[in-house]
Design a protein. Sequence first.
Length: 460
Amino acid sequence: MEIALRPYQQQVLDDVGYEFQQGKTRICATLPCGAGKTILSGWMARGTALAGRRVIFMVHRQELIEQASRTFQDMGIRHGVIATNAPKDYDLPVQVASVQTLVRRLEDIEPPDFIICDECHHIVANTYRRIIDHYPDLRVLGVTATPERIGGKGLGDVFQSLVIGPTVKELTSWGNLTPYAYYAPPSKFQADEVHVKFGEFVKSDLIKQVDDADVIGDIVQNYRRLADGKRAICYCVNRAHSEHVAKLFNAAGISAMHIDGETNKAVRMQAIEDFRRGKVQILSNAELLGEGFDVPAMEAVILARPTASLTLYIQQAMRPMRPDPENANKTAIVIDHVGNVFRHGMPDDDREWSLETKKKKPQARTKGVKTCPQCFTAMYSNTRACPVCGFEFAPAERQEMPEEKDGALLKVEDVQRKLKRQEVGRARTIQELEEIAIQRGYSMRWVTKMAAIKHIRRTG
């Protein structure tokens, strides 16, 4: 099966190659969920093998190993798999590896020349670092939709340069992602009653609020109202919560299954296959089915887990936005029962990524999002009429959520983003753009692009 790179994928490939040519050895490339990071990685892996060198593509979940292996096979890439119970075809120059298995077999495997790390926002974890540090001289490429860790820290202590791909809005306009409708029904979750540890809500505090019969009943009721008949993944806090959700869906006559990381592998794989085929309508899960999980026929997600992590939010909320070849008019549905949109903004908001490692300041309330009181559609606060049901907002209601008049309502992140845009806007020379790129960890190809946009020419 012949797979050609899309123009934006070729651009990222060129930008990564440029960074390596400049002497960088550890590059991070960020592309949104659904942008085809595995295909891009496979293209690089095949090129490395054709040049007579060895490459490892490493992932951290069993489902992602199998998914990457299928993609590589479809691309005609002969490869081995480094995972528990997998045949040891270590002579092949391309390997798809489980991080957990690879770290135990470092002495058994011929050193690679190139490592590609999928979902590289995990790369600061000890397991990943042991692998990277074991091969100090090789080239490393990390790919992710969200180049920061839980808690908001950047990845600059691992990577030397950040290559920035297209935005979510661009991919949607090109047809590479589907449009979406975001619903945020009234939430019973009270974030101020939950502790935050290591950048995320404490689960034991969460479960007291969300694993409640009335709350789960709202989930079923709103699914029927907003996404009836559509295949949906429901993200829950823990196993007990997920099992309760699945049980209530089944009791309502809607086929549902629960899976988590400890579910028997055969049962888990059968549940996913039944979901792909439409035999299961709701796949409820805990700590699973987020990063890289690809089912184009999936049309909806249900967010039943509050999260303080922007990374986790984006990975989950964007899961149904992959185009479905059999459904050209697909619109993804996001049903947010826990108010994640008010903490993190809309999934396709333009975000300023950076490799900066310093911890961000505490964030205030997210700017610019409100919901329709009639149909629960989430939208930007300056919207005058609901785009779904036509409800018209009174002027007084708009004034309660000013755009930028009351600094107390602005998210610190938004202020910093605005200042960064102003900084770029004030740049008048190539040198000033280069200084911005160095400070933020951007690829120097970004300088070339911005100079062209701003019509700045190099002098001297």
